[in-house]
Design a protein around this ligand. Structure first.
Ligand SMILES: Cc1cc2nc3c(=O)[nH]c(=O)nc-3n(C[C@H](O)[C@H](O)[C@H](O)COP(=O)(O)OP(=O)(O)OC[C@H]3O[C@@H](n4cnc5c(N)ncnc54)[C@H](O)[C@@H]3O)c2cc1C
Length: 485
């Protein structure tokens, strides 16, 4: 089968591009090495929809951040992912901090971020967020900043792309790419694909993928330097400690450690920026990074009870050293090969704007794009825990599986788990069900519901015990039967 556009990777960048392209009459295929969308950087970040005052004016990052955050605001009622526009504060307490905050304000104005305001007294700051430390006396207030669930946003875009005809091929690692005449030959772990355009959205591996197609023009490439960010995720008893996303004043290392409620009412604290030990795929936590996060967060509020921590995790930034923007370009060396590379923060916030940008680039490159007349949005199902009492009663009346709670921490029902297993991109592993339903996301972290979900997956898909995975292909939970041996 000939493909018009092959999108490599299935994180937020790719899913957003697939979403936008699914509005047009083109044959689009997403090729992803893992067994689900959002398994790399897209699932491990702060989940903040940045307002757009941080990127340097004039950069693609600045333009796409502002456009993307507006689009997320427009899309959440249509796609039903979790999103709240809670606003953010960049806080400060010294003369130097005040100057940085003033500069950020100026940047924000140039980037056309709406409604930015500087809070110039401790009273004004503490009126908005009373649990911040008393010495904080200055802040940049960005009411348009928000919080979202990164994997839900990614799933919502990918589901809509799928129901509108985009094909997602999982467990499909791109091994080599060659351009023969006008056609790209893409060699993968699942056979070969031919495409007219290739869009490279492979995150921390985008440099390796670009080098595949460059062949003897390696000097045109770029290098991705990974940087790891570590997090604490605290229980819901800490979720109301702050009302906004609380940033410290940024340094040359990045936006610094933030403290924020999550859309599921937990508290997230992090990240650090570790270049020393980071590798492209290693997301194991390091004590050094976690200690740094914990100590730094105390500068914002000393009221966090880290005893309520329920999980640590880490994400990897795809940074191009010495280049302070996204690398979004059609290759000059290999026309029709488009890089969306170096997609570090605020890549999540840009998400839907990447889709619009890809369409603009394809049009400029000469592609003929015609809008479909039957494009439709796919709404994520509302969580049972978010339903009104009447909606809950109605759901149980229509499907008795809504009456059986499987995950008690997050009140996730059997019906929701079964729906997730038959979604447009089915959840086939325990963590895929978690990302689709929130089951296992609570205080016990799947300790109680995990074995039940294991059984449900096994029975629903008629699998043997050792074919049920925790997450990635091969991440077995049960190795073999021991009883009776
Ligand atoms: C610590 C941290 C905090 C962040 N916080 C925020 C935030 O609060 N707000 C915000 O806006 N942004 C944030 N970001 C940035 C945001 O998370 C990223 O910009 C975004 O997730 C990048 O998505 P992506 O799709 O480009 O990459 P990824 O999500 O990494 O996706 C790339 C995909 O390509 C696949 N792939 C790789 N190689 C191959 C191959 N050979 N064949 C097939 N597939 C392949 C991978 O498996 C992966 O699924 C943060 C990032 C980090 C690390």
């Amino acid at each position: 089968m000939h493909i018009d556009i092959a999108i490599l990777g299935a994180g937020i960048t790719s899913s957003a591009i697939a979403f936008e392209l699914s509005k047009y009459n083109k044959n689009v295929v997403v090729l992803e090495e893992e067994n689900d969308v959002s398994l790399k950087t897209t699932k491990a970040n702060s989940g903040i929809v940045h307002a757009g005052y941080d990127p340097k004016p004039g950069t693609k990052m600045a333009r796409l951040n502002v456009e993307g955050s507006l689009l997320i605001h427009e899309l959440y009622p249509l796609l039903n992912f979790h999103y709240e526009q809670i606003g953010s504060l960049v806080i400060g307490s010294s003369e130097k901090d005040h100057q940085i905050i003033n500069d950020l304000y100026e940047r924000g104005v140039q980037n056309q971020v709406r409604d930015l305001r500087i809070l110039k007294t401790a009273d004004e700051v503490h009126h908005l967020d009373p649990n911040l430390n008393p010495q904080i006396d200055y802040a940049l207030y960005a009411p348009t900043a928000g919080i979202t669930s990164p994997w839900e946003l990614c799933l919502a875009l990918a589901y809509t792309a799928k129901v509108n005809g985009v094909d997602f091929v999982f467990d499909c690692k791109v091994l080599d790419i060659t351009k023969n005449g006008d056609v790209f030959d893409i060699k993968t772990s699942q056979g070969n694909y031919q495409a007219t355009y290739v869009i490279n959205c492979t995150g921390t591996h985008a440099d390796e993928i670009y080098k595949m197609v460059l062949k003897d023009r390696q000097d045109e490439s770029f290098e991705i330097t990974p940087s790891k960010g570590e997090y604490y995720l605290l229980d819901k008893d800490q979720g109301h400690l702050v009302n906004h996303v609380i940033f410290q004043t940024p340094t040359e290392l990045g936006k610094g450690v933030l403290v924020s409620p999550t859309v599921h009412h937990n508290l997230i604290v992090g990240p650090d920026a570790d270049y020393e030990f980071a590798t492209k795929d290693d997301t194991d936590n390091l004590q050094k990074g976690l200690d740094y996060v914990r100590d730094s967060a105390k500068r914002s509020t000393d009221k966090i009870n880290f005893g309520s921590n329920i999980r640590n995790f880490a994400g990897i930034r795809a940074t191009i050293k010495g280049f302070d923007d996204f690398f979004i370009e059609e290759s000059k060396a290999v026309p029709h090969f488009i890089n969306f590379a170096g997609i570090k923060s605020p890549g999540l916030s840009c998400g839907p704007a990447f889709g619009k940008e890809a369409v603009r680039m394809l049009l400029l490159s000469g592609m003929n794009l015609t809008l479909k007349t039957d494009f439709k949005y796919y709404r994520l199902p509302t969580f049972f825990s978010n339903m009104t009492l009447r909606e809950k009663e109605e759901s149980i009346k229509n499907d008795k599986d809504y009456g059986q709670v499987i995950c008690r921490c997050e009140t996730v029902t059997l019906a929701e788990i079964k729906n997730a297993m038959h979604a447009p991109l089915p959840g086939t592993t325990i963590d895929a069900i978690k990302r689709r339903t929130n089951a296992g996301m609570g205080r016990c972290q799947g300790g109680f519901c995990g074995p039940k979900i294991f059984e449900i997956i096994k029975n629903e898909f008629h699998l043997s015990y050792d074919e049920v995975y925790q997450d990635r292909k091969g991440s077995k939970i049960v190795l073999e039967e021991t009883k009776g041996k």
